[in-house]
Design a protein around this ligand. Sequence first.
Ligand SMILES: *Cc1c(COP(=O)(O)O)cnc(C)c1O
Length: 342
Amino acid sequence: MIDLRSDTVTKPTPGMLRAMTGASVGDDVLGEDPTVRELEARMASLFSMDAALFCPSGTMTNQIAINVHTRPGETLICHPLAHIYLYEGGGIMANSGVSVRLTGTPDGLMSPRQVAEAIDTSQDVHNAPTRLVSVENTCNRGGGSCYPWDVLEAIGQQAREHKLAYHLDGARLFNALAATGQQASQYGQVFDSISICLSKSLGCPVGSLLLGEEAFIGEARRVRKRLGGGWRQAGYLAAAGIYALDHHLERLPEDHRKAQRLATALQSLPWVEDVTWASTNIVLVHVEDLATADRAIDLLTKEGLLIGKMDRKTLRMVTHLDVSPEDIEKACTIIEKVDLGP
Ligand SMILES: *Cc1c(COP(=O)(O)O)cnc(C)c1O
């Protein structure tokens, strides 16, 4: 089976497994796991942030950030397609008692002007004051779209002017860096907090990091414990992250080329209405209706190709470490020969 449902399906390589089993570990809740500390220090320094916190998932790092930045009754601004809004179990409300103001363009991004118009810091007692702006880069529902640097800076400027916190859901931030040529260190200059997944395009089995200032991360550590995310000998998992930083960053452009190849093959098919490839590792396939989407998934699965469904009319393919360029050629052959006629 060629599995393009998500970049979360990868399994550790033999080299990564060796790094994991050879890790020095300790009780991380007591702050005694040297490998977790090394990973946290390395990620903080890479992004020019003070400190980092290693967590089980990107949902947890995002939810902790929201919880630390806000108080119940306040509002955050994000895109209507944002992962924090759509795919985190209503956590913004359930965990933090915070409401949302949604704005953005169809590609999953927000413009500085849209953010400016959504900010409400008036003293009017009717209002739920804005406290946080959260952007997603790359944007999953936008088909892996990336923000230009000047836009991220301009949104940050809006946030600063209104004394709002500025969070980045960077589950696939390394893909954005690879696609745009932006530097990791630029990000620490602009954001108050950054969430990054190791379990996606970096090929680790588990793990995400939350980055921020020392005091913020101290508070985040308390919230992580409250949510049940205090873990013990997590160094076995952190070792996979360190291994990935050393071995899996430089290969990300290959994933982007594989996605581009898929997008090209899909473009000319009669059952495909439109294709979104935003220069990273995600391809969205827009079809006429739910029946076409379901039939495509069925037929491709029978031929040995697994793909995902994003919504009623949108299929998703994600390239990753565990599909080779040869697998992608095979996938293209399958896609081109599958017959969705009546
Ligand atoms: C995957 C993802 C997350 C975090 O997901 P987990 O499965 O909880 O690690 C957050 N944001 C975006 C945009 C994602 O794609």
